[in-house]
Design a binder for this molecule. Structure first.
Ligand code: IMP
Ligand code: MG
Length: 175
């Protein structure tokens, strides 16, 4: 079975929106330093484009998580595969994610990061699929609300492919 990608959000649309979010963050964090926490691997493309356009001082850190498989997934318990290098104590933290889907990963992660004592903690996601939400998560900055379709590109993968696409697309299967 072959597959092709239908463009959902063009490179120009995505880039323009990221610029707007960066401007908003730069305003909201005026006079502060913002500490961006990227959730690998999906958040990495968005993080780079966003960070380049933020005009207040920025520091970065990275973490990688994976869901415990099967039934524990419903409990939202995630395993930290790679933890942050730096403490969050006293920092103005923004978690940068590719997509909020069920919200399970993020709600668990945010609770865990909050326990580390940041001065503030906010969430920025490139994409949000609100129809899919199972756990309530407060999203502070959203790039786009998208319908319930499986998307790739800009860091998002299908079977580890397509992360490098400079736009957001939907995987369609040809028969
Ligand atoms: P959730 O919000 O805990 O359900 O999980 C979100 C994670 O699932 C994201 O960080 C992605 O890694 C993955 N994910 C959810 N929807 C999609 C999609 O449409 N394409 C690719 N990955 C997705
Ligand atoms: Mg992700």
């Amino acid at each position: 079975m072959s597959e092709h990608i239908r463009v959902l959000l063009s490179e120009e649309e995505v880039d323009a929106r990221i610029k707007e979010i960066a401007e908003q963050i730069s305003k909201d964090y005026a006079g502060k330093q913002v500490h961006l926490v990227c959730v690998l691997k999906g958040g990495s493309f968005f993080l780079c484009e966003l960070a380049k356009r933020i005009t207040v001082p920025v520091s970065l850190d990275f973490m990688s998580v994976s869901s415990y498989g099967g039934d524990t997934k419903s409990s939202g318990v995630v395993k930290i595969v790679k933890d942050l290098d730096e403490p969050l104590q006293g920092k103005d933290v923004i978690v940068v994610e590719d997509i909020v889907d069920s919200g399970r990963t993020l709600s668990y992660l945010l609770e865990m990061l909050r326990d580390r004592g940041p001065a503030s903690l906010h969430l920025c996601t490139l994409l949000d699929k609100p129809e899919r939400r199972v756990v309530d998560v407060k999203v502070d900055y959203t790039g786009f609300h998208i319908p319930d379709e499986f998307v790739v590109g800009y860091g998002l993968d299908y079977d580890q492919k397509y992360r490098n696409l400079p736009y957001i697309g939907v995987v369609e299967f040809d028969d």
